[in-house]
Each structure stands twice: as C-alpha cells, then as structure tokens.
Design a protein. Sequence first.
Lengths: 259, 261
Amino acid sequence: MTARTPKIRLAGVRKSFGAKRVLEGIDLDVPAGESLVVIGGSGSGKSVTIKCILGLIRPDAGRIEIDGDDVTNVRGARRDAMLRKFGMLFQGSALFDSLPVWQNVAFGLIQGRGMKRNQAREIAIEKLAAVGLGPDVGELSPAELSGGMQKRVALARAIAANPEIIFFDEPTTGLDPIMADVINDLIQTCVRRLGATALSITHDMASVRKIADHVAMIYDGRIVWTGTAAEIDASGNPYVDQFVHGRAEGPIRMQVRSI
Amino acid sequence: MHLIAAFLASIGRGFIAFATATGRLALFTGPAVSHCFAPPFYGRVVLRQMVEIGYYSLPVVGLTALFTGMVLALQSYTGFARFNAEGAIANVVVLSMTRELGPVLAGLMVAGRIGAAMAAELGTMRVTEQIDALTTLSTNPYKYLIAPRLIAGVLVMPPLVLIDDVIGVMGGWIIAVYKLGFSSGVYLHNTVNFVQFNDVFSGLVKAAVFGFLITLMGCYHGFHSRGGARGVGQATTHAVVSASILILLSDYVLTELFFAK
C-alpha cells in the first residue's frame, strides 16, 4: 500500500435490480482519515453504494478496494477480517429489540470478537458515555428510548470496536434540528478521536457542512461532482446547485406524476 | 388457439415459480444446516429458543393432547360398542396418540405458535436492517439467528411430544374411567401392554423432523421477508401454511418408512 492508496476505492461499480439500474458505474475514492459525505436525492443509489462496499449487496460489475485490496466478491475469513475494519450507523438505528442497550453496544465485541462479557460491558458503558448517555441507559431496552437516544446508542455501537472506517447512513433523518446538530457534533468528535475514515450518505445539508471534509454528489447512479466541503456553495455544477438550494426546477427531475 | 397458449403459459409460470421457490429454499437450507455443525455455537441463544419453543408451548400442546385423548376415547367407545369391543379403547387411544395424533397435532400447534413468531421476528429484523447490522458486527446471521432455532426445534420437539403422548393417554383414561365406567387398573394395564417401543420411537422421530420443518419455514420466510409490515404479515402466513403442509406430507412419508409392509 502506497501513501496515496485511498482507504476506500470504487471503480465502475454497477448494480441493477431486475430492469431497474441503480448504480451505473460509480467511481469514488475516500482518502484515509478523511470524512467524505455523499449527497443525493432519495432513490439515487446512496444506500446501495454503501451496502455494496460492505458486501451486503453484490455488485454486478466494477471493483471495490479497501486499503488497496480487492474486496469486491470476498468471502469467508477474508470477509470477516474486512468487516472488522468497519462500524456502521444505520438510518433507522437497527438496534436489536431483544437485547438491552449495553448488549447492543457490546454485541460486536462479544459475538464478533469473542470478548468476555464483563470487559465488553465496561467498554459499552465507556462508549455510551462518549455519546452522552449514562450507565443507567445501558439497562434499558431500545424500545424505551427516544429517536435521538437510539441514534446515540447506534453511534456508540458503531464506534465500540474502534473501527478504521465508519459509515453513516442518513444519521440525522427523523430528528429535530437541535438533536440532529447534537448527533452531527458527536459524529465529528468520535471520528476525529478515533482517527477513522468516514463515509456518510445524507440529504441533510446541515450535516454536510458539519461533518464533511469532501463531498460527492450522486445522481442517476453516477457521481456527478466531487469537491471539498468549502466548495459546495460555489461548485458551478447545476446538479449540486439545485440540490444545495432545494429547488424543484433544474436538471434533477423527480419521478412524480403531474396533478 | 390464443386461449390454449394463455392456459399453457399460466402452467409454465406456475412451474417456474415453484422451481424458483424450491431452489431458493435449497440454497437457504444448505448453509443453514451446515452452520449447525460448525463453530462458533451460540449456546445461550439455543437455550433461549428451546425455552421459547418447548416450555412456552407446553400449555397449548398439553390442552390439545388432553382433549384429543378424551374425544378419541368417546368416539372409539361409540364405534366399538356396536361390536362389543369396548376393551380396545385403551389400545386405540395410545396407538393413535403415540404414532400420529401426538406428533402431528403438536407439530401443527407449534407451527401456528412458533413458526409464525419466528417469521414475524426475523421479518421485522430484516425490514429494520437488524440482519444487515449483525453482518456489520462480524456476526454471521445464519449462525446467530438460523442455526440456533433449527437446533432448538429438533432437540425440543421430541420431549414435547413425549409429554403430549402422556397427557393424551391421560385424557382417554379420564373419560374411560370417570364417564364410561372402565376399571382404572385394567385401562392402564391395556395401555402399557399394547404400546410398543417402535410406536413411541416413530412418533419422536416425526417430532424431530417436524421441529426442523417448522423452524426452517419460520426462518426461511422471515429471513426473505420484503416490503415492510405487509411483507412481514405475508411471511408469517407463508411460514405457518408451508410448515403445516410439510408436516402432513412428511408424516405420510415417515409412516410409510416406519410401518409399510
């Protein structure tokens, strides 16, 4: 691996579901230690991109590299080793209903890495504290928590094993603006503290401005613009301009029927 | 001519759908079973599932067996009294319960209770991305979710059916002694003398097979659930219906294997 090798590289990644083509050749590099945010409208292929990297969805074509290693169709022990580098915060938090909060946070440590329960519990409480939750919350069931607290727990679970790469899938969806800002702050702090590489997908521009070093815009299954977070307001790209300003008129056409 | 083509096309579509479903089930069953024999084993999860499938099903399965034994005794008496063969009631009850009704009725009741619950739980986990979350936490969903349920189903159904057999025989005994005026000692003597090891053993083998089929169908339909609440509802229905049909089908096949001359 050279110094220039990106942490994550996607080259020509394509994916279709039946006749519907979702990814039409995604090319994307995420440098190590940086935070890249992928923006785009609903159904533009953001979530599918992340799931292809994690191997949850198998791409039809293209190449995915982590630290320079081709992991496109990796299986078995190599896939397990690859997944140990990742933490992921899901859009709906995806906490396990049947387990108390601390076991949710410690799950990857106990089941995935075979750590002793007592040791994993200590780490879980430490991670809950890092996202502003007390040890008493650890004993609650996820169903007893508000949406914002669930997101915090999901963030604690994502960082529990000190991953090298963290994915954030719509981290502020469904939250009020203040709680969304709290989550953005936590994401920023946690990622910096870990020195991790972060890949986020969102359509919340406040999130983008807060957590992004670089931004990529996805439209119609392709990356149509990449740049730094500071460049986003003067990108000169009509797709980005329309998205940033939230205009109905522009090159991005939403699939809606006229009334 | 056009109608014939449409008719043939509908048969073809049905056949392709059946072949696709069979193939998907086979692709699911292979890794699901292989993960039952390869470490890591999640002992706590297996135990939790055994309690869920076995212990919590006892009341409903026990009641079913009790009333089935009672009805069997009543109906047999009505029929056998015409030929002065009332003495055979104990034999009919114990044979019917151990060979057929015990395992089949317990299987159908557990399919309704557990198969549906498994499909709903796994289906909800699927649509809320909890199964994807397992994968990202370096945990194989087949190993953590599917294999423990299959193991628990196979291990816990035989003892459940054994208890079910005893309760069913007791139901027959209650009717024979307290309603039909049989001697308690003679009834029990007839029961114990008539039943053979193979009668009970075949029922327990059936129970293990039914346990496998119920948990497999619950897991398969839940795991492949799609499309939100409606998809979870459909998965639940399919799990119960397919498990019930497979129980009756495999019951015939196993009876042929055990008792056909």
